[in-house]
Design a protein around this ligand. Structure first.
Ligand SMILES: *[C@@H]1O[C@H](CO)[C@@H](O)[C@H](O)[C@H]1NC(C)=O
Ligand SMILES: *[C@@H]1O[C@H](CO)[C@@H](O)[C@H](O)[C@H]1NC(C)=O
Ligand SMILES: *[C@@H]1O[C@H](CO)[C@@H](O)[C@H](O)[C@H]1NC(C)=O
Ligand SMILES: *[C@@H]1O[C@H](CO)[C@@H](O)[C@H](O)[C@H]1NC(C)=O
Ligand SMILES: *[C@@H]1O[C@H](CO)[C@@H](O)[C@H](O)[C@H]1NC(C)=O
Ligand SMILES: *[C@@H]1O[C@H](CO)[C@@H](O)[C@H](O)[C@H]1NC(C)=O
Ligand SMILES: *[C@@H]1O[C@H](CO)[C@@H](O)[C@H](O)[C@H]1NC(C)=O
Length: 594
């Protein structure tokens, strides 16, 4: 009976009482309101009002309350809406309004002894959120669990590193959901806390903390752990969390993952970037069947284990950039059927087996920026859905760095980044890019302009000009100035012949391009395995024009050679025409004489 009437009274009380107000007094800013009990429309804090009555209290640096009751007994302090009340306020008796409404309290840079006293005076079950922007060890002595039993969010977010001891103050919290500690040097306590059953989010950033407590690993509610810039080296309690969804663990001192098994099947996002991980095992992520993003960037991993991602069939994004991995084989990516993005930039890649990327059936973006590649690897042709390929800032320096059998398969890309390569020869394989793929052509043209080949190989602008000759789009305008007239005037007539010759050479690969996609890929494979595709190598006489061997240290070397060859060719041509006409004349004469 008693309980029932209490409950009814409670409901009635909740519905009844919301005194909307905005008060600024004694260095405290206080806002209470709900949608039905709103503030005066002009009040700047109106946007804080929610469905139910709630209060927002900020303690500023101007906090000014009395520590002691002096002289005559004061009347209880009154908070007035949009009206100052300069009557003295006793810290221990703030007499806050709307005692049933949830309170969100923010402590700015206020006097610690006054704040300490004010917090003790505010002890009530309705404070749900506490945020310290300034912390003092005096607050360590408050038992927050006792004082604010309903506290759901406890945050200390500081600009400067500060020491704190939460052993007594936080241990008894029963309803904590969010714990966020930034720039706080502290350690956890050894005995389990009751909030183990309610905590959902833990964020610790820039802290001297070296380990998480073992008891944390039993939390079934914890779904996000965010550790950054700590001295934590072991992930054992984190890996054992049964229901964690997101682990953001970059910039710590996490070491070997060999003996770990992340047990939560709900893990979606794991960020382990910039730690000290040297290895992990095939089983490490084998329970994470829902994993979407795995970031291992910036770890000194030397090699991947055997089929490390076999069970991560939903993984969309894998980042291995800045690791020390040198070798890639198909079993490394086995199982990653859903992978969309693979980041391999700044990896010292020494070998990629041609079939490495075959398991990546859905790959859209492959990033191999700054890997010291001397050639676009054959492996990149295995992915039918590849749309963007980044091979910028590598060592692609010869025309053979962009093999035609690879480029033919890439002509449908929407992005191919090649800037920052020391390319000195014009790759004939550029001519394989479909003229319909305006976007890609524009990109390649613009990139070529920034590469050494634009100056080293005088035909380059004319190749582009000829290649884009019949296009109506504005692409042509970039190379308009390189007209045939100018080409002839500059003595570069031979460029035309070379261009035609290159086109002819590429014809066989164009077939591939025409049937581009996986079908042609399969055909190329089968043709490769039956008979070798004619390769353009520098020592075959045909390809002299394509790639003149030259010494990198003498940039001017190959130009006279080209000229020489062109002159010889022209001379031969003239000579043969002359011979032909002479012979023809003779034959005519012969006929005449017969
Ligand atoms: C707000 O007022 C409307 C009508 O005035 C009422 O239907 C609704 O229940 C009230 N909401 C709350 C949270 O009191
Ligand atoms: C805080 O307030 C108390 C009491 O008014 C005063 O004695 C103390 O010096 C103040 N502390 C600081 C750091 O200003
Ligand atoms: C953490 O520390 C680093 C370096 O000391 C600093 O750059 C960064 O801003 C800090 N983060 C926060 C949230 O204060
Ligand atoms: C990883 O590679 C970098 C350079 O690539 C090297 O300086 C570093 O020592 C390597 N780390 C390990 C653990 O091998
Ligand atoms: C690429 O080569 C340069 C020069 O030898 C070296 O400094 C750099 O670390 C290499 N990068 C990678 C990712 O191996
Ligand atoms: C441009 O068109 C002319 C005739 O219309 C043709 O002879 C020439 O081969 C075309 N050039 C290119 C690069 O397609
Ligand atoms: C042509 O070059 C390849 C390597 O590029 C070499 O293996 C081969 O022996 C060379 N052939 C001749 C005839 O020089």
């Amino acid at each position: 009976m008693w309980e029932l009437s209490l409950a009814i009274f409670g409901l009635f009380g909740l519905a009844r009482s919301c005194d909307p107000l905005h008060a600024q007094a004694h260095g405290i800013n206080l806002v209470c309101c709900s949608l039905n009990h709103s503030l005066t429309p002009s009040c700047e804090f109106s946007s804080l009002c929610q469905e139910t009555c709630s209060c927002f209290l900020t303690i500023t640096r101007d906090l000014d309350c009395k520590l002691e009751l002096l002289g005559s007994a004061n009347e209880p302090y009154k908070w007035l809406d949009h009206k100052p009340n300069s009557l003295p306020m006793i810290c221990r008796q703030p007499n806050l309004p709307n005692p049933d409404a949830p309170y969100t309290i923010v402590i700015e840079n206020s006097n610690e002894s006054l704040t300490h006293s004010f917090l003790l005076g505010s002890c009530s079950k309705t404070v749900t959120s506490l945020t310290f922007q300034h912390y003092h060890k005096l607050y360590d002595s408050i038992d927050f669990g006792e004082c604010f039993p309903r506290l759901a969010s406890f945050q200390v977010v500081l600009l400067q590193r500060t020491k704190a001891n939460f052993h007594g103050s936080l241990r008894n919290l029963k309803n904590l959901k969010v714990l966020s500690l930034v720039n706080v040097d502290f350690d956890f306590w050894l005995q389990p806390s009751p909030f183990i059953n309610t905590i959902t989010y833990i964020h610790i950033e820039n802290s001297s903390i070296t380990e998480l407590p073992k008891w944390l690993s039993t939390s079934k509610s914890l779904s996000t752990v965010y550790l950054k810039g700590t001295s934590i080296s072991s992930l054992t309690p984190v890996a054992q969390l049964p229901a964690v969804k997101s682990l953001k663990l970059s910039h710590n001192l996490i070491e070997n993952l060999h003996r770990l098994l992340f047990v939560s099947p709900f893990l979606i996002h794991v960020d382990l970037s910039y730690n000290q991980i040297t290895s992990f095992a095939s089983h490490t992520f084998s329970k994470c069947i829902d994993l979407r993003v795995l970031d291992l960037t910036g770890n000194p991993i030397k090699m991947l284990p055997y089929k490390p991602f076999a069970k991560n069939i939903k993984l969309k994004w894998l980042k291995l950039s800045r690791t020390n991995i040198t070798t890639l084989t198909p079993d490394h990516f086995y199982g990653l059927n859903a992978l969309k993005t693979l980041s391999l930039s700044r990896m010292p890649i020494q070998s990629i087996s041609p079939y490495s990327f075959v398991p990546l059936k859905s790959l859209r973006y492959l990033d191999m920026d700054s890997c010291n590649l001397t050639k676009i690897p054959q492996a990149v042709t295995a992915n039918c859905h590849l749309a963007r390929l980044n091979v910028a800032n590598n060592m692609l320096h010869r025309s053979s760095s962009m093999p035609p059998e690879v480029m033919a398969m890439l002509s449908g890309l929407s992005q191919l980044r090649i800037e920052g390569n020391p390319l000195t020869e014009f790759p004939a394989s550029f001519l394989l890019i479909s003229r319909e793929n305006f976007r890609l052509l524009r990109q390649l043209l613009h990139s070529t302009m920034t590469l050494p080949v634009w100056l080293r190989e005088p035909c380059t602008p004319y190749y582009w000009s000829m290649h884009l000759a019949n296009r109506t789009n504005n692409l042509k305008s970039f190379v308009n100035q390189y007209s045939e007239m100018r080409m002839l005037k500059s003595g570069l007539g031979y460029c035309k012949e070379q261009y035609d010759w290159m086109l002819e050479q590429m014809e066989v690969y164009r077939e591939l391009e025409k049937n581009s996609g996986c079908y042609s890929l399969r055909r190329l494979r089968s043709s490769l395995s039956s008979k070798p595709v004619p390769k353009i190598s520098k020592n075959s006489t045909n390809s002299l024009i394509l790639s003149i061997p030259h010494d990198l240290s003498s940039p001017a070397f190959h130009i006279p050679i080209l000229l020489l060859i062109s002159l010889c060719a022209n001379f031969l041509l003239l000579f043969s025409i002359l011979m032909c006409s002479i012979m023809a004349c003779r034959m005519e004469k012969g006929v005449d004489s017969v």
